[in-house]
Design a protein around this ligand. Structure first.
Ligand SMILES: Nc1ncnc2c1ncn2[C@@H]1O[C@H](COP(=O)(O)OP(=O)(O)OP(=O)(O)O)[C@@H](O)[C@H]1O
Ligand SMILES: [Mg+2]
Length: 332
């Protein structure tokens, strides 16, 4: 797929150079040099003149020095719950058009609890939850157990450890104390959904958005005690633990998921690409887990390119289509 744009393009990324402190998922959200190169190669094949720029504090100077006119943004940011919004906000300030969602969407979606409340206000089903701040481990409302505990503002399975399912309130309190020590942020406690798990990719913007068929994450065996959880560790070695299918045996539930994904995407004002995760409750009703406006784009690894492949869209065509969707916003 050819993309027409004359100016220089930067692929802006936070790259995992493998020099973290050794904490298992510390740089989980950063992209590998191989992923960055794969995206750059696809953009070049589509006809764009591409330079890779790392999203550090010197980003404004680098963008200026290279005379960048368009950014393909995959930067996860430099920390804090607004981290994914940092690069979009900067690009807006500098009047440089970019791919993907803006700073508001990035901030809202990184806060899982806030995003669940937002989704609920549009009638989208999500599992019952509460948000617990450090020091409040003993103030937990009545909930149905088991529950799953996850950091409220992380992604890529970060913080979703071996030890994130609690069977009762005492277990939950002890678990929260441990997790607060590691993650120093609010924890989202959700009723555990024991049903089938899906992810839905979206490509494009507004009325033109293409919603891919729900892709099921099918577990080969329980991954945590009796439970199945798509954690960072499982994602890392996914071929051993899961396979992926686009099923057709639950037509109503599939339609409900694609419609819910479209509703959330458009209500938030997402642009160009996103992935929405769902899991069914024990009665087979799909519940919204979260939306990722910066879905992983690692070839042959990330769910979003796999979901695209299932509808016959190659990796090169997917990357070109994201760029094309973003470039269509530039007044010609
Ligand atoms: N309420 C829940 N019930 C059952 N399983 C859940 C629930 N919430 C999360 N999980 C499991 O944990 C996984 C990760 O959760 P979630 O998608 O919220 O986190 P994430 O780290 O942001 O993921 P991503 O890697 O997609 O960014 C899910 O894919 C699912 O397997
Ligand atoms: Mg997820």
């Amino acid at each position: 797929m050819a993309v027409s744009f004359e100016g220089k393009t930067a692929l802006v990324a936070n790259i995992d150079h493998g020099d973290g402190t050794g904490v298992i998922d510390e740089e989980a959200e950063f992209d590998s040099p191989e992923t960055v190169e794969a995206i750059a190669a696809s953009l070049r094949k589509s006809g764009l003149d591409v330079t890779v720029i790392e999203a550090g504090r010197d980003l404004p100077e680098k963008l200026k020095a290279e005379d960048i006119r368009f950014v393909f943004n995959i930067a996860e940011g430099r920390g804090g719950r607004d981290r994914e919004a940092q690069v979009p906000a900067l690009l807006s300030l500098l009047d440089i058009p970019y791919s993907g969602s803006d700073a508001l969407v990035m901030s809202l979606t990184l806060d899982k609890a806030m995003c669940k409340r937002f989704a609920m206000s549009f009638g989208v089903r999500t599992s019952p939850f509460c948000l617990v701040s450090p020091g409040h481990e003993n103030d937990i409302p009545e909930m149905d157990y088991p529950v799953i505990v996850k950091p409220n503002a992380e992604g890529s399975g970060k913080g979703i450890s071996e030890d994130c399912i609690a069977q009762d309130r005492d277990e939950l309190t002890a678990m929260l104390k441990r997790l607060f020590a590691d993650y120093k942020q609010d924890m989202l406690v959700e009723t555990f959904l024991s049903g089938r798990e899906f992810t839905v990719g979206l490509l494009g913007t507004g009325d033109d958005v293409q919603v891919f068929p729900p892709m099921e994450i099918v577990y080969e065996h329980p991954t945590q005690g009796d439970y199945c959880v798509y954690s960072y560790k499982i994602k890392k070695e996914f071929r051993k633990h899961v396979h992926y299918e686009c099923p057709s045996d639950i037509p109503e539930a599939l339609t409900e998921m694609t419609e819910a994904a479209r509703t959330i995407f458009n209500a938030l004002g997402c642009r160009d690409l996103a992935r929405v995760d769902f899991r069914m409750d024990k009665d087979g009703c799909p519940c919204f887990l979260e939306i990722n406006p910066l879905p992983g784009l690692a070839p042959n690894y990330s769910d979003f390119p796999m979901a695209a492949e299932a509808v016959g869209l190659s990796y090169d065509d997917l990357i070109a289509a994201v760029a094309e969707s973003a470039l269509s916003r530039i007044e010609k």
